[in-house]
Design a protein around this ligand. Structure first.
Ligand code: NAD
Ligand code: UGA
Length: 430
């Protein structure tokens, strides 16, 4: 393993969230010296006390390792980390603004905080997902002719962030300064992967194009699943047959209740905003987003059909609030969109999730037990594919519900077993 001392780089990571903390922990694991900063005092105190503030497989042991061997430290405030760094990663949020564009306020604040303290010939790396052209925008905020700005987008998924970082499909490094690009690419040299070095704008485009393509693939398969329901086909063999074509591939073809999370929704809208700015109509992308909204509606419509057409005043159980399994993140979760629709039609919603124990809006009773969630319910909607849902006592659930109706938004449960118990079951695309 190459130690950072050999290449002489000291790394700062600004932002200790899903991307920043994973980047910091993994780069330290790969042998680099890393200082990670956040503005959140409580988060830094937690990290310095040996606690892991987010639920990510494998992260805790890497944080422990980094603290124990001294390669990973945490400080409050971006400037405190950047002052000693030769390469400084920006991993701050780039949320959606009201018009769909990416909101760069956190990036600007972080850039302005580090600008005065950066060492000569250091490099600032945009790892946040940023609009095409942002590398130059950050350079303008820094006002440091001696500092290069490099784009190094991140492709990790929540839940498998550590694995994805250490085993990436590719590393993308974009810069208008080839020497700076090479120094950033060298940080990853111990990883067995394809490194794509290109100009900054292309690197930024790769990130948005990848997320938009994945979202489109999901909207496509959800559309195929919807059609299967109408024509009497079963989407499971259909998806298997589709994915067996190596030009299509088997991954990322699982129909669901609609896609969500902290990135696809904002990144698809941000790319569409960028297209509109240059008068390009990205119809395929707009349809991808519309189809996803329809998928939320379709999931609710199945529950309504089970309740005889209207859920007004009816008790409805929801299993799963996280935007997918194995994470506690519910930002832009399909479950939130579906719960909101249920509340709009005046259903009484009781929800359970193994990791999410409260929601940011009123009107939903979030309980700590899956059986309590289904008591007296007319319909149970399964929205997140938590494995534990497979192994629950469905005889007991059948007794607890007012009427035994299940909408399985992930095709997770054993349909034949449920029907034999007496449930009426609707999955996706079958
Ligand atoms: P996050 O909200 O989990 O973490 C961001 C952190 O940055 C927060 O802890 C916040 O307090 C901190 N922060 C904000 N301003 C700061 C400042 N000036 N100084 C120090 N810390 C500051 O966000 P995230 O999910 O890690 O996403 C970060 C970026 O990475 C976004 O652009 C996102 O689109 C992109 N991204 C996210 C993922 C993912 O799976 N979450 C994957 C790839 C790319
Ligand atoms: C996604 C991308 O997969 C990452 O490559 C990217 O780095 C990240 O966004 C980002 O830019 O932030 P993430 O949002 O963590 O990662 O989660 P995914 O696993 O991609 O899931 C997104 C949504 O699609 C979830 O709601 C999930 O349930 C849904 N999904 C995924 C399906 O419905 N079916 C599938 O087959 C796969």
């Amino acid at each position: 393993m190459v130690r950072s001392e050999q290449v002489g780089e000291r790394v700062a990571v600004i932002g200790a969230g899903y991307v920043g903390l994973t980047t910091a922990a993994c780069l330290a694991h790969m042998g680099h010296e890393v200082v990670c900063a956040d503005i959140d005092e409580e988060r830094i105190a937690q990290l310095n006390a040996g606690e892991t503030p987010i639920f990510e497989q494998g992260l805790e042991s890497l944080l422990r390792e980094g603290r124990a061997n001294g390669r990973l430290t945490f400080v409050l405030g971006a400037a405190n980390a950047a002052a000693t760094a030769t390469i400084c990663f920006l991993c701050v949020p780039t949320p959606q603004s009201a018009d769909g564009a990416a909101d760069l306020q956190y990036l600007e604040v972080a850039a302005r905080q580090i600008a005065p303290v950066l060492g000569a010939d250091s490099i600032v790396v945009n790892k946040s997902t940023v609009p095409i052209g942002s590398t130059r925008v950050v350079a303008a905020w820094l006002e440091r002719a001696d500092v290069s700005v490099v784009s190094n987008p991140e492709f990790l998924r929540e839940g498998t962030a550590v694995h994805d970082f250490l085993h990436p499909d590719r590393v993308v490094v974009g810069a208008d300064d080839p020497a700076a690009a090479r120094r950033v690419a060298d940080l990853y040299q111990t990883l067995d992967t394809n490194t794509i070095v290109c100009d900054a704008a292309s690197a930024e485009m790769i990130k948005y194009a990848a997320n938009a393509y994945l979202a489109m693939k999901l909207s496509f398969v959800n559309s195929v699943a919807a059609l299967c329901e109408h024509v009497g086909a079963d989407c499971s063999p259909v998806v298997e047959g589709l994915g067996s074509d190596h030009r299509i591939g088997p991954h990322y073809l699982q129909p669901g209740p609609g896609w969500g999370g902290s990135c696809f929704p904002k990144d698809t809208l941000a790319l569409d905003w960028m297209a509109r700015e240059v008068d390009y109509r990205f119809d395929l992308l707009q349809t991808t987003v519309e189809v996803n909204e329809q998928q939320f509606d379709r999931t609710v419509a199945k529950a309504e059909a089970f309740a005889g057409g209207s859920l007004a005043g009816q008790q409805v159980a929801v299993w799963g609030l996280a935007f997918k399994a194995d994470t506690d993140d519910y930002r832009e979760s399909p479950a939130l969109h579906i719960v909101q629709r249920l509340l709009d039609v005046e259903a009484k919603v009781r929800a359970y999730d193994p990791e999410v124990r409260s929601l940011p809006f009123e009107g939903v009773d979030v309980v700590a037990d899956p059986y309590e969630a289904v008591e007296n319910a007319r319909v149970l909607l399964l929205i997140t594919e938590w494995d534990e849902f497979r192994w629950l006592d469905f005889d007991r659930i059948h007794r607890l519900m007012a009427t035994p109706h299940i909408v399985d938004g992930r095709n997770l449960l054993d349909r034949d077993q449920l029907r034999s118990i007496g449930f009426q079951y609707r999955g996706v695309g079958r």
